[in-house]
Design a protein around this ligand. Structure first.
Ligand code: PLP
Length: 414
């Protein structure tokens, strides 16, 4: 993994030993590599450099302000899915004219916030939402730039929880109703139709679903043009997968080649919404092994990080590689790496080889930069871990570990 390697037997992030960071900030901790972050963003930038394009980083994958400002500084926009994310993106300095806003349940006040900010585009997901946006925009004397999220009914061949473009999905507007809804949108006050949006799922490791969905999108753009609606933007969403274990996903360059070769006769800019593929492989979760517990059926390695810190294994049965922070001689052992949370689903690794470790050793849960900290919670009254950014031979705490006091803020006893 770019940015993470061994020097001798010690795991380093860029040039900083993980052990040194943990001595300073404690365990567990999220650690990100700046080189890996900027490298994955630059790959997208290069892939689409020949075309008017906005790379709207899907910040739900990792919304840390420093991560956002770093990507913003490289030219990223943001794909936001709530007023809170819009607030974060603006605070990190991402310009409103590079922000797109998706999600099936935008409230009127979130719409107002986004209209006030002057975002690039609302990705509208239902007829009722469109009506609400029209009313809100008219009441503010503004016009809302809109794309409708069209559900292309393409199987992304990924985990069902992160498939979003199938007919049965809650997302978007069914393809067979899209034209009539576009015609209606074009006639509504306060609505300015500027684009088409789709996003078919996450952790896609094959190129065909992208290709199929994009073919449907360009065909639809041509139908719209015949009906007098010329869009300025095709927003192809995010979803490109990363390598967690044995996957070999396409690169941003592969996607770029496919997409750019299919734009003949269309005078449109491209918006992309990559999340996982920007940050996923740029981060790790480091955890300390507290105890080893042998039972008749299994060996449990009990760590100080659990499902509240990283929920992906519990939620999706997700696979994360496990690297020892200090490599030891000898054989590993099959077992589970579990957390301290009072749930049987609280595991980071299940029934796999665990590298040779002793209590007190640190393990790195790899590829944890996306949907890691972002999905962390305070369940079991556990403070969320710190986030650390490494650049070359220096590290910076970009989010402090939560304190007990942080966790009770806003509550009252009486
Ligand atoms: C989650 C999401 C993304 C990002 O997906 P990744 O798989 O992280 O790239 C992009 N667009 C929308 C609308 C999303 O909901």
């Amino acid at each position: 993994m770019n940015g993470f390697s061994y020097v001798g037997n010690e795991l380093c992030v860029e040039q900083v030993p993980v052990g040194e960071i943990v001595r300073s900030v404690g365990s567990p901790a999220y650690i990100y590599s700046q080189k890996a972050l900027s490298g994955s963003f630059s790959a997208y930038k290069e892939a689409f450099s020949g075309r008017k394009s906005v790379i709207a980083y899907a910040m739900k994958a990792n919304g840390n302000l420093r991560v956002l400002s770093l990507l913003g500084g490289l030219g990223a926009g943001a794909d936001v899915v709530s007023g809170g994310e819009l607030f974060r993106a603006r605070k990190a300095g991402i310009p409103a004219e590079k922000i797109v806003f998706a999600g099936v349940g935008k409230t009127a006040s979130e719409m107002r916030e986004a209209l006030d900010a002057g975002i690039l585009m609302f990705n509208v997901e239902s007829p009722m939402e469109l009506d609400m946006l029209s009313r809100v925009a008219v009441s503010m004397g503004k016009s809302a730039p809109v794309a409708l999220r069209v559900n292309p009914d393409v199987d992304p061949k990924t985990h069902p929880y992160i498939s979003t473009g199938l007919k049965k999905s809650k997302f978007g507007i069914p393809a067979d109703r899209a034209l009539s809804e576009y015609l209606r949108a074009a006639s509504l006050p306060g609505i300015n139709v500027v684009g088409i949006h789709q996003h078919i799922g996450s952790q896609l490791t094959q190129i065909d679903p992208f290709r199929d969905a994009f073919d449907k999108m360009t065909a639809f753009a041509r139908v719209l043009a015949k009906n007098g609606i010329r869009v300025a933007w095709l927003d192809i969403g995010g979803g490109l997968g990363i390598r967690y274990g044995e996957e070999t996903p396409p690169t941003p360059g592969n996607i770029g080649t496919e997409i750019l070769s299919r734009l003949e006769g269309l005078d449109v800019g491209i918006i992309l919404e990559p999340g996982r593929s920007i940050v996923g492989n740029a981060g790790i979760l480091v955890t300390e092994v507290l105890y080893v517990k042998e039972t008749e059926v299994k060996t449990f390695y009990i760590a100080d990080a659990g499902m509240n810190d990283l929920i992906r294994p519990a939620l999706y049965g997700a696979y994360h590689d496990l690297w020892p922070v200090k490599r030891r001689e000898g054989e590993g052992k099959k077992g589970d790496l579990v957390g301290p949370v009072c749930e049987t689903g609280d595991f980071l690794v299940q029934d796999r080889m665990i590298p040779p470790v002793e209590p007190g050793d640190l393990l790195a849960v790899m590829s944890a930069g996306a949907y890691g900290f972002a999905m962390a919670s305070n369940y079991n009254a556990r403070p969320r871990p710190p986030e650390v950014l490494v650049s070359k031979d220096r590290f910076t705490v970009i989010r402090a570990r939560e304190s007990y006091e942080d966790m009770v803020r806003g509550e009252t006893v009486a």
